[in-house]
Design a protein around this ligand. Structure first.
Ligand SMILES: Nc1ncnc2c1ncn2[C@@H]1O[C@H](COP(=O)(O)OP(=O)(O)OP(=O)(O)O)[C@@H](O)[C@H]1O
Ligand SMILES: [Mg+2]
Length: 260
């Protein structure tokens, strides 16, 4: 995780606007961020502050004209197998089984290697026994596991997670957080997680980026130097939560109303 590593993701002076009714609206501005190889970075921010747009720019799904985004020194301008993305909704194709959905996302592989790689990833996300199930036969958590396998199957060096557990119940969500940590440790990849859940951001991240809105900016970056697995009831955990909450609501000056 050393700074200056070849596979760092570097965002420099990024600005993004969208044209709405012939007018350019600033969505993201002055985004400067270095994500080290192998780092787990969490991003929190109010709805509409541009978190998904930022992830999509890193994924190469959304273009930008001001600033520079590079991975391993190379400019990001389009999607690539070095970056995988998991969306809030699982986006599995309903007419394909788990195996076929994962196969659908697989590139640059011979027929012989395919079977073993799909089986390895089904095992990695804990879906063994459900290879032939269709999405409607899966629970929300299982469908997200399948979506994760599809994003991981090309062995990306960066995994982008956009609110991947947003639609899950609280207990499944906690289980999935543990699972994502297990996968991160095993695969040793860079992960960038967007979440509305401040505890989730602290539980998982090496650092937590707090964004402010209109236009989206980086307000603060907080390092989380707690040993893993982290204890949410720990005093230091609570202190970091408090700082993030105060940053999160600083614009509205409503922090005391939301304090927990
Ligand atoms: N393709 C687009 N064209 C025009 N405006 C867009 C486009 N995509 C996003 N926006 C606008 O950009 C802003 C940021 O959207 P984005 O989806 O990045 O927010 P977000 O932080 O991910 O929000 P949420 O937490 O609700 O998912 C919003 O105001 C949205 O309306
Ligand atoms: Mg979003």
């Amino acid at each position: 995780m050393s700074v200056g590593n070849k596979k760092d993701l570097v965002i420099k002076d990024l600005h993004k606007g969208f044209i709405v009714n012939n007018e350019e609206i600033d969505i993201l501005t002055d985004i400067n961020l270095n994500v080290a190889e192998g780092e787990f970075l969490s991003i929190v921010g109010h709805s509409g502050c541009g978190k998904s747009t930022l992830l999509k720019i890193i994924a190469g799904l959304v273009d930008y004209s001001v600033g520079m985004v590079t991975f391993g020194g190379g400019e990001i301008r389009k999607p690539g197998t070095d970056r995988g993305m998991v969306f809030q909704e699982h986006r599995l194709l309903p007419w394909l089984t788990v195996t076929e959905n994962i196969d659908f996302g697989l590139y640059n592989i011979t027929k012989e290697q395919k079977e073993a790689i799909i089986a390895e990833h089904i095992e990695l996300v804990g879906l063994k026994g459900f290879e032939n199930a269709y999405p409607h036969q899966l629970s929300g958590g299982m469908a997200q596991r399948a979506a994760m396998a599809r994003a991981l199957v090309n062995k990306p060096q960066v995994l982008l997670l956009d609110e991947p557990f947003g639609a899950l119940d609280a207990l499944t969500r906690i289980m999935m957080q543990k699972e994502i940590l297990r996968i991160w440790k095993k695969e040793k990849m860079t992960m960038i997680l967007v979440t509305h859940d401040i505890d989730e951001a602290i539980y998982l991240g090496d650092r937590v980026v707090v964004m402010s809105s209109r236009p989206g900016k980086i307000r603060k970056i907080l390092p989380v130097e707690l040993e893993r697995p982290r204890d949410r009831s720990n005093v230091e955990f609570a202190n970091i939560r408090k700082v993030i909450f105060s940053e999160f609501f600083a614009d509205e000056k409503q922090y005391l109303d939301y304090a927990i």
